[in-house]
Design a protein around this ligand. Structure first.
Ligand code: PEP
Length: 262
């Protein structure tokens, strides 16, 4: 089989203004354009700036993503945004199950699963985040938690839909803390996710599935993480707000060549 195309996402969270979002998008477009043939690059600005950022990305090959979506198609859901609305403005990827939505906003597995099915149905790419808290890691529950979240997300998802999914392993204790999982610890969880997908589906599906690492990835630790055989890129928070740092991470990811034939 072919090698997996690496993927790097820039999650801007609730940051930027309209002007700074457009300027950052222009920097990302210019600096990442040359890598988009070998690495999928997606940025996730706040909802109000999606259209302006999409225009700034132009034909650079950098893709536009949303940080969330609602599972209903339309109606009385004040404050929510549908998959059709996102498609309408050129979005092609959505982050779901991010730890801030799970642990700060309070989304549970059932809601995340409904959103995931709706997003797949809309033919959008899903970046599905899983990860344990520090307490859970210290209690030796990392595998149980991560595989439980994975199983919940993949319920009713046929193998044919997995090309539309990327799993982001993001240990909660590493997000925005400056504390990164060691490449070996991250690799162990990534391998465990791939094995679980192989037993749930089959080896070909598991070998093709892209699994990103997220949690304080910076320009200086990206290459060691991406050298691990089951780490197919990164979901980047803080460092994605710095166009130069983000481009360096993308450059590191564009050198990855993982997969069954690698
Ligand atoms: C994230 O928000 O998904 C993330 C990984 O953030 P940071 O890179 O800042 O840890």
């Amino acid at each position: 089989m072919a090698t997996r195309t690496p993927i790097v996402g820039g999650n801007w969270k609730m940051n930027t203004t309209r002007a700074s979002a457009v300027s950052l998008a222009e920097t990302v477009a210019t600096s990442c354009r040359e890598h988009t043939a070998t690495c999928d690059v997606v940025i996730f600005p706040p909802f109000p700036y999606l259209s302006a950022v999409g225009e700034a990305l132009g034909d650079s090959g950098v893709q536009l993503g949303a940080q969330d979506v609602y599972h209903e198609s339309d109606g009385a859901f004040t404050g929510e945004v549908s998959t059709a609305m996102l498609r309408d403005i050129g979005v092609n990827a959505v982050i779901l199950g991010h730890s801030e939505r799970r642990h700060v906003i309070g989304e549970d597995d059932a809601l995340i699963h409904r959103k995931l099915l709706a997003t797949l149905e809309a033919d959008l790419l899903v970046i599905f985040c899983v990860g344990e808290t520090l307490e859970q890691r210290e209690a030796g529950q990392t595998e149980t938690i991560v595989l439980g979240q994975l199983e919940s997300g993949l319920t009713d998802v046929p193998a044919s839909r997995l090309v539309q999914m990327v799993i982001a392993y993001e240990p909660v204790w590493a997000i925005g803390t400056g504390r990164t999982a060691s490449p070996e610890d991250a690799q162990a969880v990534h391998a465990c996710i791939r094995t679980a997908v192989a037993s749930r589906y089959d080896d070909v599906t598991a070998d093709s599935l892209r699994i990103q690492y997220g949690g304080s990835v910076k320009a200086d630790n990206a290459s060691a993480l991406f050298a691990q055989p089951d780490i197919d890129g990164g979901l980047i928070g803080g460092a994605s707000l710095d166009g130069g740092a983000f481009a360096s991470i993308v450059r590191e990811a564009s050198r990855i060549s993982h997969g069954a034939s690698a």
